[in-house]
Design a protein around this ligand. Sequence first.
Ligand SMILES: [Zn+2]
Length: 236
Amino acid sequence: MYIEDIFNLAVLSDKYDVLSLVQFAYPMKPWNANQEHRGAWALSRPSSSSLLKRSDPRWLYVAYAFGHEADFVEQANYLARSVSIDAEGQLMTESGQVIEEGWLPDDLLERIFEVRHETITALLAKVGALLENPPVCQHEEPSCRTSLIGSFTAELRGVLLVRSNFTLVTPDDIDMSVERLARHLRSIRVLNSSGHNECKRRFHIVETHEIVAARRSPVTHAHLTHIRHQASRYNA
Ligand SMILES: [Zn+2]
């Protein structure tokens, strides 16, 4: 049983509520099926980040249709922070798989776009604040601050967050995932001529984990209502 087949059954069962289809799909439910099928589901389960990376996004629809709330929420949140945007403006998973229209339930794709954009906006705001109002040297040495600003800008250019005219990119310019952007920002290490470590540290962007963790979930109340309804029908 391949994800294509399970996905198609999930879509049909979910949309048309055909009892015979549901009964047909029941033995294929990976969490109560035979060992082979459970293996397929286990590969998709968001139990570790490496498993999540290999997971096909269509498992989200399967979880949605069969009322698997915890898996649905975890995978949706994972996608919101790990998807990037390809040259055609489509969302792409970490493994390079383009998420096609209809693969995710209802408005989840739009919600992932929104949450991604909001989180990138919040991350870039931290950079913008440092560029607009750079910290002054603790020992009032102007050359320390000047070298820190130069080094910080060079680091940002290195990861394409600053344009050739030294302005910060906008959230719409960012194609990379939230996670990759956060990693870039955490990795920035500035240099100064004075050797003042305490001055350097004021240019470190350390709040990225908090910003990523504080983002809204792409899962809506309507999604949860649907999943709980499905769970009460199939898993009772
Ligand atoms: Zn200093």
